[in-house]
Design a protein around this ligand. Structure first.
Ligand SMILES: CC(C)(COP(=O)(O)OP(=O)(O)OC[C@H]1O[C@@H](n2cnc3c(N)ncnc32)[C@H](O)[C@@H]1OP(=O)(O)O)[C@@H](O)C(=O)NCCC(=O)NCCS
Length: 194
């Protein structure tokens, strides 16, 4: 480790890295929004990597028994209503910007995207900026005892009933009643459960 550091110092790579860091820092814009975001970015870069799944879930305010893997993300966590014993896999994105409910004993698999907004109108109307009024938000509800295999996508405004299995690589575009296995894109009921 010391040898590596010495090598970096001697051949000028350390100065180059320091210059690159300084250049990046010079792009920081200090307004209220950026400063709040920066705090969470700094946290994500360092502390998030050191937490266990249970500690990470507690840090993000999830209730008793929840577990959250690294690189999972909650958008607008203040609008998330989460039950107990929920598992959130690596790289999952939980978008609560339009409201998101997750029942207890539900698993959101790795790289599952739960959306509660869509922004495609902002692109079609050349209005693709933050907080555009063309962003549509609708609450999404995932029941209790649901398994969502990843990668899968659940659209904004969709309700998935209790005891549903969503098979990997599914895109859930419409409400699912519950007590069933669904799969495919768009997701269809494959089998009813007892
Ligand atoms: C749900 C599960 C138990 C069903 O197992 P099974 O009873 O043996 O059923 P099959 O695997 O035969 O699948 C039933 C049907 O669904 C279809 N299917 C399976 N996976 C699918 C998928 N991802 N998307 C769409 N259809 C799928 C099968 O082709 C089959 O269709 P058919 O009846 O027309 O032949 C099993 O598929 C499973 O556990 N899947 C999830 C695995 C996973 O995500 N693991 C992540 C780590 S926990």
């Amino acid at each position: 480790m010391t040898d590596l550091f010495e090598a970096f110092k001697q051949d000028g790579r350390l100065e180059k890295l320091a210059a690159q860091m300084a250049e990046a820092i010079s792009c920081f814009k200090s307004d209220a929004k950026n400063e709040t975001l920066r705090e969470s970015l700094i946290f994500k870069q360092f502390a998030d990597k050191l937490l266990t799944d249970a500690e990470r879930a507690a840090f993000y305010g999830l209730p008793e028994g929840c577990r959250m893997r690294e690189n999972a993300k909650i958008i607008s966590p203040e609008n998330l209503k989460c039950g107990e014993y929920v598992f959130i896999g690596e790289g999952a994105v939980l978008d609560a910007s339009g409201g998101l409910e997750i029942g207890s004993h539900t698993s959101v698999g790795l790289t599952v995207f739960l959306w509660s907004h869509t922004s495609f109108e902002t692109n079609l109307h050349m209005a693709n900026y933050s907080q555009s009024p063309l962003i549509e938000r609708k609450p999404t509800k995932i029941g209790s005892g649901v398994f969502i295999g990843g990668p899968s996508v659940v659209y904004h405004g969709v309700t998935i009933g209790d005891r549903t299995v969503v098979l990997p690589l599914s895109c859930v575009t419409k409400d699912i009643e519950g007590n069933c296995i669904v799969g495919g894109s768009p997701a269809k009921v494959i089998r009813r459960l007892e």
